[in-house]
Design a protein around this ligand. Structure first.
Ligand SMILES: Nc1nc2c(ncn2[C@@H]2O[C@H](COP(=O)(O)OP(=O)(O)OP(=O)(O)O)[C@@H](O)[C@H]2O)c(=O)[nH]1
Ligand SMILES: [Mg+2]
Length: 229
């Protein structure tokens, strides 16, 4: 929690939900955060979403890594967007700190992107890989996707944790690997439903052409609701 101490600590702020409009009154970009364990497929999901949506939407991406710019460099190498639309934040600490506790570096990155390449429709913020507890501050993103993968084990949905239970969309990725790691996808779906109730779950294989379609469709629905609000 951050407390305001304007006299003693003028650099400290209390962040509240970012205002949904720009100074000129138009609706700002929808901001979606992607979190989840290391290697589950967050960057692969971001890349696939950019490819699927870049012709119809103005998109930018912020990546978070602890010590490197690895994820941003992957996205740049694969040319999923023009380079000026991709920014890396080096968190230097536990990745959840930069998306939940002190979100200033991420907010600044999003605002700089809007200033330099905006107006944007959609900003994707990828968290550094973490455990099952990582969630984004509502001051940074409007909705969050939590990405797990079948190779992490079919008991992951049962283990819960705030990312998995409360994210606006749970993605269970790498379904192509299920036969090789002995994972029962229907059991995972049941466990996820038990943890999440009516909140949606998408099963994806990004190794398959068009595999990101369920996530793309969910993003488009959120965007339509955002624009209509
Ligand atoms: N077989 C298979 N491999 C995948 C799939 N999605 C991603 N991968 C691979 O899994 C590895 C990790 O994917 P990333 O997208 O880098 O994972 P990440 O969650 O961004 O990882 P960190 O940012 O390091 O936490 C890469 O080698 C991807 O090519 C999938 O659906 N199926
Ligand atoms: Mg990544």
């Amino acid at each position: 929690m951050h407390l305001d101490h304007p006299d003693t600590y003028p650099h400290r702020h209390t962040y509240t939900a970012a205002t949904p409009t720009r100074p000129d009154g138009t609706r700002r970009a929808l901001r979606i955060g992607l979190g989840g364990p290391v290697g589950s497929g967050k960057t692969a999901t971001v890349a696939a979403l950019c490819r699927a949506l870049r012709d119809q939407l103005s998109i930018a991406v912020v990546t978070n890594d602890i010590y490197t710019r690895e994820d941003a460099e992957f996205l740049l190498r694969n040319a999923v967007l023009a380079p000026e639309r991709i920014t890396a934040v080096e968190t230097g600490a536990c990745p959840h700190t930069a998306i939940r506790d002190d979100i200033s570096a991420n907010l600044e990155a999003v605002e700089d992107l809007e200033d330099s390449v905006g107006p944007l429709d959609l900003v994707l913020v990828e968290s550094g890989g973490d455990n099952l507890t990582a969630t984004f501050s509502k001051g940074l993103v409007d909705a969050q996707i939590f990405v797990i993968d079948v190779a992490g084990g079919d008991d992951i949905p049962r283990k819960g944790g705030p990312g998995l239970t409360t994210a606006d969309l749970l993605v269970v990725n790498k379904t192509d690997l299920a036969p090789y790691v002995g994972v029962d996808l229907e059991g995972m779906a049941r466990d996820a439903k038990a943890q999440r109730g009516e909140l949606p779950v998408a099963f994806t294989s990004l190794a398959t052409e068009g595999g990101v379609a369920p996530v793309r469709d969910w993003v488009l629905e959120r965007l339509a609701a955002w624009a209509a609000a």
